[in-house]
Design a protein around this ligand. Structure first.
Ligand SMILES: [Zn+2]
Ligand SMILES: [Zn+2]
Length: 369
C-alpha cells in the first residue's frame, strides 16, 4: 500500500507530491490517517526558505493537523492521558517531542533544543516517510503526545488545535492572565484571533486587538475583542496613547505579540503598565532585529517572555476548549480557504500576494478531498 505526501525537494522549491510505502508502526508508534492540516505561518516561512525545516531535504512539511488512528504499535495501547486507543479514534497530537533529558526539559520549559531530533535527520525518502502534515498518513513516534478528541468535533475547526490554539493558550498562561486583566493582542491572524477568544474565556477584563487588515479587525469582535485598533489609521504614538486611554490611563496588564513583525515589539512594550508582562510568540526568523530601550523595561519593571511550543497539558485543553466553545465563537469563519492535497501549491502560493495578507484565518488542506 502506498500513500501520498507533499514534500519540498530543495530550498525554495514548490511542493511535489510523492507516493511512498505505508509501513507498519513500530512498537511504540501510532500511524495516523490525516484528515485535515492547517497552513501555519511557520510553514510559509519554511517553504520560502526563510526558516529551516526540521527534517532533511527532500523534506516533508506541515505540523498543524488532525487525524484518525490507523494502526497502533504493540507497545502503545494508550493515549497521553491514559485512555485506550482504538483504530478509528479521532486524535490530535504534538508535532514535536521534548527529549526529557536536557536542562530545559529538566526545568519544565518546553523550549527543548532536541524537540525535533527524533526525525531531524530523516528525509521523506526514509521510512516511515510520513513525518509531515500534508499527506495521507503521519507517524506518531515513541513518547510523542497523542490525545483522543470528541468524535463529533468538526475536523476543520480542530485542525489548528495542535499549533495555533495551543500556542495561544500557552502564551496567555505564560502571561499569567488573571481575572480582570487588560490584554492587548498584536496581530489578529489565526493565532491572534484564538488568543482573543481564549483571553476572553480566561476572564480578561478588556481585550484589545491591534491589526492592519480590515477583514481581521471586523471579525475580532465576534471572537471576544472589546476594542480594536487599526494600525493603518494612526502612528505608534497614537496607538500607545489609545491603549493608555482604553486601560484607564495605566497601560495594559498583558501584551501578546502574534504579528511576527520585529517592529511591533518596542511599540508593544510601551502599551504595558508598570509591571506588565510582554509575551512574544510570532517572531521566528533568525537575525530579524529591532531596537529596544532597556530603560523602558527596567524602570517600569516590565517582564519580557519568549514562548515556543507548549507543555504536555496544553493540547488536550486546547481541543477541549474548541469542543466546548464551538457554538460561542464562529470558528468556521477562520477557515478562509480549503484545498485538496493536489492543490497544495495554490494553498501556499503566492505567499506574498495580496490574498495571503488579507486571509482572515487559516488555509486548510483537506486530505479527504
Ligand atoms: Zn504552527
Ligand atoms: Zn530536552
Amino acid at each position: 500500500m502506498n500513500g501520498r505526501i507533499a514534500y519540498v525537494a530543495a530550498k525554495g522549491e514548490p511542493f511535489r507530491i510523492g507516493e511512498f510505502p505505508v509501513v507498519d508502526p513500530k512498537a511504540h508508534q501510532v500511524r495516523v490517517r490525516i484528515l485535515a492540516a492547517g497552513v501555519c505561518g511557520s510553514d510559509v516561512h519554511q517553504v520560502k526558505g526563510a526558516v529551516p525545516f526540521p527534517n532533511r531535504y527532500p523534506s516533508a512539511a506541515g505540523h498543524e493537523m488532525i487525524g484518525e488512528v490507523d494502526a497502533i504499535g504493540s507497545a502503545r495501547p494508550l493515549d497521553s492521558l491514559g485512555r485506550e486507543l482504538h483504530v478509528g479514534d479521532k486524535v490530535v497530537f504534538a508535532y514535536f517531542r521534548p527529549c526529557g533529558e536536557c536542562p530545559a526539559c529538566a526545568a519544565g520549559s518546553p523550549a527543548c533544543p532536541n524537540r525535533y531530533a527524533a526525525r531531524g535527520g530523516l528525509s521523506v525518502e526514509d521510512a516511515p516517510h510520513f513525518l509531515g502534515a500534508f499527506g495521507d498518513y503521519y507517524f506518531i513516534l515513541a513518547e510523542q503526545w497523542i490525545y483522543k478528541v470528541p468524535e463529533d468535533l468538526p475536523v476543520d475547526i480542530a485542525a489548528p488545535a495542535n499549533c495555533a490554539v495551543s500556542q495561544a493558550l500557552y502564551a496567555l498562561d505564560r502571561a499569567g492572565v488573571k481575572l480582570g486583566d487588560s490584554v492587548v493582542i498584536q496581530g489578529l491572524g489565526g493565532l491572534g484571533i484564538y488568543a482573543t477568544a481564549i483571553a476572553r474565556d480566561m476572564g480578561a477584563g478588556r481585550v484589545i486587538g491591534v491589526e492592519a487588515v480590515k477583514e481581521r479587525l471586523e471579525i475580532a469582535s465576534r471572537f471576544g475583542a472589546d476594542d480594536v485598533i487599526d494600525v493603518k489609521a494612526g502612528t505608534p504614538e497614537q496607538r500607545i496613547a489609545e491603549v493608555q486611554r482604553m486601560t484607564g490611563g495605566w497601560g495594559a496588564d498583558v501584551v501578546i505579540e502574534m504579528a511576527g513583525v520585529p517592529g511591533v515589539v518596542p511599540e508593544g512594550i510601551q502599551y504595558l503598565r508598570p509591571g506588565g508582562r510582554y509575551v512574544m510568540v510570532g517572531n521566528i526568523i533568525a537575525g530579524a532585529s529591532v531596537e529596544v530601550v532597556p530603560e523602558t523595561i527596567v524602570r517600569r519593571a516590565r517582564e519580557l517572555i519568549g514562548v515556543v511550543t507548549y507543555p504536555k497539558w496544553v493540547l488536550p485543553r486546547a481541543a477541549g476548549w474548541l469542543s466546548r466553545r464551538r457554538d460561542a465563537y464562529p470558528f468556521g469563519e477562520l477557515v478562509s480557504e480549503t484545498y485538496s492535497l493536489e492543490r497544495i501549491n495554490d494553498a501556499f502560493a503566492p505567499p506574498d500576494a495580496a490574498n495571503a495578507k488579507t486571509r482572515i484565518g487559516r488555509v486548510v488542506i483537506d486530505m479527504t478531498r
